[in-house]
Design a protein around this ligand. Sequence first.
Ligand code: BT5
Length: 319
Amino acid sequence: MRSKLLQMLIDHQGHFVSGEAISNHLGCSRTAVWKHIEELRKAGYKLEAAPRKGYRIIHQPNVLTESEIKAGLATRYLGMNVHYDKSVNSTQEIAHRISREGAPEGTIVVADEQVAGKGRLGREWFSPIGTGIWMSMILKPKIPPQQAPQLTLLTAVAVIRGVKAATGIQCDIKWPNDILLNGKKLVGILTEMQADPDQIHSVIIGTGINVNETDFPEEIKEIATSLKIEKEEEINRATVIKRILEHFEELYELFLEEGFLPIKKMWEDHAITVGREITARTTTKTLHGFACGITDDGVLLLKDETGEIHKIYSADIEF
Ligand code: BT5
């Protein structure tokens, strides 16, 4: 009910919506409308009420509650279930648990803060309260487990498009799981799986996006940035989430129908890893050479100085 009301007010942003129109739309009494409006006010929304005109929205708080994410979200299933907590260890942990307990495909887990946010290989992900997007998506694709890493690249394209749609900001993709803005890390993606050798139970895709951070800890100060730092204005996190989910669902459907190839082409339009000298650090070795491209499966190809081509499945890349 609250998301429907919010949606209606957001759709008419700046204009009044009459109490009667709201009660008809929601199928509830005028008194019930008034109660919902009061609830929204308590949650931090500034709403103007005028006699005979109705209500209009003046200010939306920068919150990530279920109603805020769902209001105006144009997806069919992604984000239809939102699991929101103010503070968690890691949204990945929660997504794994609720997925095992039966949460449907498309469920998203969002938190305002992570106290033990995870990067790859046990690294830490800095996730302070109230500023960024710390989100995990639960997917249950019927694909062979070895194709799951392609979903990291698909997510990168969806995030690039979603951020562009919500803010106008154009970012770049650094293979495999980083999105950079002006050369600094804006987004990290972590793809994890629950699977048997030949069957996926679920893929949990974690996305950490620096949105309204103005400062970072010493260790990442030089390498990290946020949308606010670059745009010099506060960005509404729920809007960014909605646009990302919409692009993700569209690309995911395409991926399930036609495979990775169409996604690969879109990915290449934004990738800055390819066509340059790089150093790739895998867990077992360090390779230097020219990044020639990615394969049709999303694997990075690196040509070393002897001309040998190496397939790189996962690594940290330096330019
Ligand atoms: C990643 O790992 O980039 C994946 C990050 C995924 C985070 C999301 S948030 C929602 C979900 N829940 C989780 O617990 N995790 C996911 P990796 O490529 O290993 O990069 C980690 C490195 O990035 C760290 O060692 C730092 O150097 C740097 N880093 C940490 N926090 C950062 C931040 N907020 N912004 C930019 N860089 C950061």
